[in-house]
Design a protein around this ligand. Structure first.
Ligand SMILES: Nc1ncnc2c1ncn2[C@@H]1O[C@H](COP(=O)(O)OP(=O)(O)OP(=O)(O)OP(=O)(O)OC[C@H]2O[C@@H](n3cnc4c(N)ncnc43)[C@H](O)[C@@H]2O)[C@@H](O)[C@H]1O
Length: 266
């Protein structure tokens, strides 16, 4: 069995199948870790979602901001945006099944044997792994539970900007969500800057890329989300897999045992 991890697919189904073919991925033998943003912006979100959900236990998936946006449209009464390519999912006969499957996915997965964690945007340095996993489980339970509608109605927003143990309810769920799915630049005290999407060199004053703050542990972090990084973090502990497939870059898959990366041009 080989475990592979893949960056933001964003509905680029043909590239997904091409890169899986190149590594001879077999769902009956191998596993695919998917770093979030399965859908949106690309041409084939419905096919992508059907394929990944059909992998069953051969897929290990975390939710990205675009996946949460689909859930917010489907469950929170939000309107799709102009650039969205989600209507084929919303209109599909199996739409309820696909949305239910998406709701069951995690914000963060931790493999203690491999000393590895995966989250769409990353894991902030202010949290140890235990706290990060506990925070993820809290919000995952909300997304699957009776408060899901309230959560998705109020999910959007940049406030509060920073973690505080005393936060509760929607404020607490929103900042946890923003760390796991939207973070790029962060301040030493954990304050997020969510407006800047450019490469790491464009850090606004007082902020730095989240992976430049040393962690208290040596856990490797797999993430996607930040296309302008082109997969470069300058540190093997932090593995960026979003290489901008949907922006004319490449789709990247990594063999988790050997560390080998394969790129499929888009
Ligand atoms: N709580 C919340 N609040 C607000 N929104 C929430 C939310 N929760 C979920 N969302 C959702 O989040 C989504 C964000 O939408 P948008 O804000 O429209 O984001 P996007 O441009 O599609 O990209 P994304 O943020 O995924 O970043 P990426 O690095 O790929 O691309 C970013 C940019 O990098 C550029 N880029 C790509 N490759 C590059 C490269 N090599 N060099 C330089 N720039 C590059 C691209 O052109 C692109 O403009 C929406 O669906 C929104 O609804």
């Amino acid at each position: 069995m080989t475990d592979y991890a893949i960056g933001d697919i964003q509905g680029c189904y043909d590239r997904l199948r091409e890169v899986l073919h190149r590594v001879a991925f077999s769902p009956s033998r191998d596993r695919l870790w998917v770093a979030g943003d399965l859908i949106n912006r690309g041409p084939s979100s419905l096919e992508t979602l059907r394929y990944l959900s059909g992998l069953g236990s051969s897929a290990v998936v975390v939710l990205g901001n675009h996946d949460l946006h689909l859930l917010a449209v489907a469950l929170g009464g939000h309107q799709p945006r102009k650039k969205d390519t989600l209507s084929e999912i919303l209109d599909a006969p199996d739409h309820n099944q696909l949305i239910d499957w998406l709701r069951q996915q995690n914000l963060c997965v931790h493999d203690s044997d491999r000393n590895l964690v995966m989250a769409h945007a990353g894991v902030p340095h202010i949290w140890g792994i235990e706290q990060a996993v506990a925070c993820a489980r809290e919000v995952e339970a909300v997304i699957r539970g009776e408060h899901a509608e309230e959560y998705f109605t109020q999910m959007y927003g940049n406030e509060p900007p920073c973690w505080d143990d005393s936060l509760s309810g929607m404020d607490r769920w929103r900042i946890i969500t923003n760390y796991f799915t939207r973070m790029r630049f962060i301040a030493e005290n954990g304050t997020l800057e969510l407006a800047t999407k450019e490469a790491a060199a464009h850090a606004p004053g007082g902020f730095a890329p989240w992976f430049e703050f040393p962690r208290r542990d040596d856990t490797r972090v797999i993430f996607g989300h930040w296309a302008a990084l082109e997969g470069q973090t300058g540190d093997d502990q932090f593995i960026g897999l979003d290489t901008g497939c949907v922006w004319g870059g490449a789709l990247t898959i990594m063999n988790l045992d050997t560390g080998e990366k394969i790129h499929c041009d888009c």
